[in-house]
Write a new protein. Structure first.
Length: 189
């Protein structure tokens, strides 16, 4: 399986080599993503801006902490951001003696898995939405509902070979979507 490095990974490598330009590009690409997560959790614009600054400062100081085998750059940033938000809410709870800010947050040991699952789910659903309708139906039925090709063939009143082709074309289109997304290109499936 051929894996392409994303633009984010390239920038991280260049940041590690001391490139201020790469850091600016990385920041421009991901700052609204980090701010959105922080604002959603912290519910305060100033706190979210401060946290965004902290996350990027941490990335600037230690870009090599990214591990490609644990997920995409986006997932890594999302986990890092959510973790810093939880830390900030815990400090706030201790300082003010309240549980209100943490009432909706589950066990922090599962936070990484939940964030990664949400990022992955969003990516997959985005790719699915770009598929032609019939490809989307067979991919969803086969992979998400566990329906066999034969069951889909009967359900959609199509030959079995057509269903298999639709699955293959749909998977190829999704692979193309993920590859172009990783390179930062526009996707038109």
């Amino acid at each position: 399986m051929l894996i392409h490095k994303s633009e984010g990974e390239t920038w991280l490598r260049e940041i590690e080599d001391g490139s201020a330009i790469a850091f600016e590009q990385f920041y421009d690409q991901y700052s609204s993503f980090v701010f959105g997560i922080a604002l959603n959790i912290l519910k305060n614009k100033n706190d979210a801006e401060d946290l965004c600054h902290d996350v990027f400062l941490e990335i600037y100081k230690n870009p090599s902490s990214y591990n490609r085998e644990r997920g995409s750059v986006e997932a890594w940033i999302a986990v890092k951001t959510k973790s810093r938000c939880l830390d900030r809410l815990k400090r706030k709870k201790i300082a003010y003696g309240t549980d209100n800010d943490l009432a909706d947050i589950s066990d922090s040991s599962n936070v990484e898995e939940k964030v990664l699952a949400n990022v992955d789910r969003e990516l997959v659903m985005g790719a699915l939405q770009r598929l032609p309708e019939l490809q989307r139906k067979v991919i969803y039925g086969n992979y998400f509902l566990g329906q066999s090709h034969r069951k889909l063939s009967e359900q959609l009143n199509r030959p079995l070979g057509t269903i298999k082709s639709l699955v293959r074309y749909g998977m190829n289109n999704m692979k193309h979507y993920f590859n172009t997304k990783a390179r930062g290109e526009k996707n038109d499936m």
